[in-house]
Design a protein around this ligand. Structure first.
Ligand code: NAP
Length: 522
């Protein structure tokens, strides 16, 4: 059995006490264990602070090159990482690629962002924000906003569903901004992150201390964070709320970014014709989000809001699409959907599905565990794709409860843009949603009324139906995060993502001196 150690202060640390166990979710066989008990988090922070000073001495171009090196390292070891992601996460090969290739792709994208910044900024560590402006009547007195890296440590805590992408999308942004990282993956699926850290440590690519890994609990780490440090958290709303309230955070102004749960939606307009390409795209998007990673994506569509007259046809088309799904051991050829990742996930998903169904009725699935193809009978955390019909889009648990597994609820509505937008808003803030229509007036109303509730909004119309990325796919060039229950955070978005690790300062003074110091022409 693999013993996952933490990588801290330049060495591997094996904790004491009772370890947490990691299992293969298709067989429930224990494959690894981890504990961080006894780890000296003060030493980890000191080590990170020293590394931060070295990282910030590097130019944008050098940091971009470093990120590119990490991307190449993971790419060279991709097959091994995919195997581990399958073993520990219940992933099909496609699911594992979504995670591991997502990490590799995001590192590549941030290396490119860094190169573009280097071309624009040269060796200057600051990023100008707006223009050097006259502030009062005195012509020589001016001001310039600028961003500079904060001399702090980035603590990252990630969810179980993306052990590769979740860890390294955050890392790419933080490294480019010059922040050293202490990263904690969710323990249950930490095998991939552990191996990626081994590869990093062996490679010597990074300044020592630029990436430290905690396998297990974070002990007293968070209580030690100071005013230049930050916590980027991804996980459930409940854990996010608890971590925001870490003693000392408010007093010391520790920055916190929360990526939490989300009731993403697909909203169909009445003009979408049954059987059209736009219709088929919507059906395909919903089926993919239900089954990819067994529905364990924070961006997965949970609510499908459909004009009343189209509901039965939509359900029929969705069932037809889902008929191609084979639930089972994801290591076996022909299996298209694996189990959910942990025993507690299985419990929560089944309980959640039954709570939703109490307000509606099952179209497919029945809220019970199923056996998986080529998995031991009675073993494995398998759930069948489940579709539930609600009476209406008006209210109910479907707008409150995120069931983090292979399910959607179909919600009939009257087809009006305002009612559609209101249904999206009932999710209380979502990471993303998609609207399907060619009706520009309808799209315009929905765009204005629903966008404040969404981090990302995809307007899918016929001419781009075959070009749009899958709604659940997070692109490094667009922000990821959402208001309200989704946590209110923002990650990625190209250069925008760096602001979390930087300080914006309004520098005021003699415009001539400021111009000279900051290299501003004129
Ligand atoms: P979770 O139970 O909230 O755990 C998330 C992380 O927090 C794990 O690493 C967990 O560590 C850690 N944690 C829990 N208690 C902690 C504490 N007291 N101190 C420090 N760390 C602590 O969430 P999950 O079950 O892993 O993930 C599923 C949820 O994440 C879903 O709600 C999903 O929507 C959300 N999610 C959101 C996004 C997004 O980008 N918005 C992405 C993916 C997932 P242990 O594993 O060691 O307990």
């Amino acid at each position: 059995m693999v013993r996952l150690k933490s990588y801290v202060a330049g060495r591997w640390f094996d904790g004491s006490g009772t370890p947490a166990r990691l299992v293969n979710p298709a067989s429930e066989e224990v494959i690894a264990e981890a504990t961080s008990e006894g780890l000296d988090f003060g030493a980890a922070l000191d080590h990170a602070r020293a590394a931060g000073a070295e990282l910030r001495k590097l130019s944008w171009a050098q940091r971009a090159a470093l990120i590119k090196g990490v991307q190449k390292l993971f790419h060279a070891n991709r097959e091994e990482l995919l195997d581990l992601a399958q073993l520990n996460g219940g992933n099909t090969r496609g699911d594992a690629k979504f995670d591991v290739d997502g990490a590799i792709g995001t590192l590549g994208a941030y290396a490119a962002t860094g190169e573009a910044m280097a071309a624009k900024l040269g060796d200057r560590p600051w990023i100008l924000d707006g223009e050097l402006a006259q502030l009062t009547r005195a012509p020589r007195f001016g001001g310039q906003h600028l961003w500079l890296p904060r001399p702090g440590v980035a603590v990252h805590i990630n969810a179980f569903n993306f052990p590769a992408w979740g860890t390294f999308e955050k890392a790419a942004v933080a490294w480019l901004a010059g922040a050293p990282i202490i990263s904690k993956p969710a323990t249950a699926t930490a095998l991939v992150t552990f191996r990626m850290t081994e590869l990093l440590a062996q490679s010597g690519l990074l300044p020592e201390g630029a990436f430290q890994l905690v396998c297990g609990s974070t002990g007293d780490l968070l209580r030690r964070l100071g005013p230049q440090d930050s916590l980027a958290f991804t996980g459930s709303n409940a854990t996010g709320a608890m971590l925001r309230n870490t003693p000392g955070f408010a007093e010391r102004g520790v920055r916190v970014n929360v990526e939490a749960d989300s009731l993403n939606a697909a909203l169909l307009a009445p003009d979408v014709e049954i059987g059209s390409e736009l219709w088929s795209t919507a059906v395909r998007h919903v089926a993919t989000d239900m089954t990819q990673k067994a529905g364990q994506k924070c961006t997965a569509i949970r609510r499908v809001i459909v004009p009343e007259p189209l509901v039965e046809a939509f359900e029929e088309a969705l069932l037809e699409q889902l008929a191609a799904t084979t639930v089972g051991n994801p290591l076996v050829d022909g299996v298209t959907m694996g189990p959910v990742s942990t025993a507690s996930q299985l419990r929560d998903v089944l309980a959640g599905i039954n709570t939703l169904a109490a307000n509606g009725r099952f179209i497919t699935g029945n809220g019970q565990r199923v056996d998986g193809k080529d998995a031991p009978v009675g073993k494995g955390f398998f759930v069948a794709p489940t579709v539930i019909r609600m009476e209406s889009a008006a209210a109910g648990a479907v707008h409150d409860l995120e069931v983090f597994g292979p399910n959607v609820s179909i919600l009939p509505y009257d087809g009006s843009a305002s009612e559609g937008a209101a249904a999206l808003a009932r999710g209380q803030g979502s990471l993303m949603s998609t609207a399907y229509s060619d009706d520009r007036a309808w799209l315009g109303t929905v765009l204005v009324e629903a966008s404040p509730w969404l981090g990302r909004f995809m307007l899918t119309s016929s001419k781009v139906a075959d070009q749009v990325s899958a709604p659940g796919m997070v692109l490094p060039s667009c922000i990821h995060g959402g208001p309200g229950r989704a946590g209110g955070g923002e990650e990625l978005g190209g250069e925008r993502g760096l602001s979390f690790y930087m300080q914006r300062t309004a520098v005021q003074g003699d415009r001539v001196i400021l111009g000279k110091l900051l290299g501003i022409e004129g």
